[in-house]
Write a protein that binds this ligand. Structure first.
Ligand SMILES: *Cc1c(COP(=O)(O)O)cnc(C)c1O
Length: 351
């Protein structure tokens, strides 16, 4: 079902900020280390159609997606040259997609390797190793069984489970396992996502593959914010001291107040858990508290101290970023980004 746009909402996506974040991440590893871009889940919700060409234009030549269908969209957006790797690897029903979009599956089990070799014996592939995360990838004993084909791989990757915490002992352990499994193999290797880049050059190998850092999220502390979100005020009402606002009457006016009702809610990715958590909406630089529960399509904001009238307020801007919303909702920036729904008008700026 096509979803209705909310009149006057604006989710602004700054492509120049994405580019700048990529360049900073790329500069965080040695010049001989390449930097790709992870654009799974529609570029973390921000739009493959715009994000992929912007990155291709500045010279990104390796893209990563979760599933073949996403790979087709990337191929359509970037043309024939860049490599497009698929994290989920190869399933029998995806031969057409892999072939037509020239995708590189990162094979991650003996079963996938067998099936890929019988269905697409001459096609390019990569390998994904499990070094301790226990999610996807060949375990050391399995890898030993197919080691004879490893030199033909285009890329060998593994993924770190705890890279957002530089002090976590699993990082070094996974690094050691990756070395034990791949040392001596003359094939390009990749271990680091955004978090891994900041663990230092030992983790960089031949190719880093950041995702969240490109889009302005932690653990890239100095990332430029990429998204801003402004929401229209539908109405402003007077609420007398002692009256309550919203579901379950969780907010009570301590003074006579002016309350603005805004047109977006948890159906638009503004998670209900963000309610009553000291988040702000901004009129320029002036913060106004989000009050009461987040409804499905509505938010309420205390604008008593603001010069009125006001027709829109910002939830995401340079003062309040995706990780601030994430903290309020006890989640991570990744989930905030990918939750931002399709109901907003999207404006792409830059490049
Ligand atoms: C999502 C993902 C990435 C990107 O991770 P970020 O933390 O967003 O940088 C890299 N590699 C794999 C295997 C992934 O699943």
């Amino acid at each position: 079902m096509p979803q209705k746009m909310i009149a006057n909402t604006c989710l602004t996506i700054n492509l120049n900020a994405i580019i700048s974040n990529w360049k900073t991440l790329d500069a965080s590893s040695a010049p001989k280390v390449k930097t790709g871009a992870v654009i799974k889940a529609n570029a973390y919700g921000l739009g493959i159609k715009y994000v992929a060409p912007a990155l291709a234009k500045i010279g990104v030549t390796s893209f990563f997606v979760a599933f073949p269908e996403e790979g087709i969209h990337v191929r359509n957006a970037v043309g024939p040259a860049p490599k497009i790797y698929v994290f989920s690897g190869f399933m029998q029903n995806c031969k057409k997609a892999v072939q037509s979009a020239n995708l590189i599956p990162l094979l991650n089990s003996l079963e996938q390797i067998k099936s890929f070799q019988s269905i697409m014996p001459t096609a390019i592939f990569g390998l994904q190793l499990d070094t301790g995360m226990n999610r996807l990838g060949l375990e050391p004993a399995e890898f030993a069984q197919i080691r004879n084909i490893a030199p033909q791989a285009d890329l060998i990757i593994s993924h770190l489970a705890c890279a957002d915490d530089p002090n976590h002992p699993n990082n070094q352990e996974q690094l050691d396992v990756f070395h034990r499994m791949t040392d001596g193999l003359n094939v390009p290797k990749s271990l680091a996502a955004t978090g891994g880049i900041f663990l230092g050059s030992d983790y960089h190998f031949d190719l880093c593959r950041p995702g969240i850092g490109l889009y302005g999220g932690l653990p890239f502390v100095k990332a430029e914010p990429v998204v801003s979100l402004s929401l229209p005020v539908i109405q402003i009402r007077d609420v007398l001291k002692g009256e309550t606002v919203g579901y379950s009457a969780t907010w009570q006016a301590k003074r006579d107040s002016k309350i603005a009702t805004l047109a977006a809610g948890y159906a638009d990715g503004l998670l209900r858990a963000m309610g009553n958590k000291h988040l702000m909406l901004y009129a320029g630089k002036t913060p106004c508290p989000l009050i009461g529960r987040v409804s499905m399509d509505l938010l309420t904001v205390d604008v008593t101290d603001l010069p009125l009238p006001i027709d829109r307020l910002h939830l995401l801007n340079s003062h309040q970023k995706i990780d601030d919303l994430a903290t309020a909702a006890s989640t991570i920036g990744y989930e905030i980004l990918t939750a931002l729904g399709e109901r907003y008008n999207r404006c792409y700026i830059g490049i």
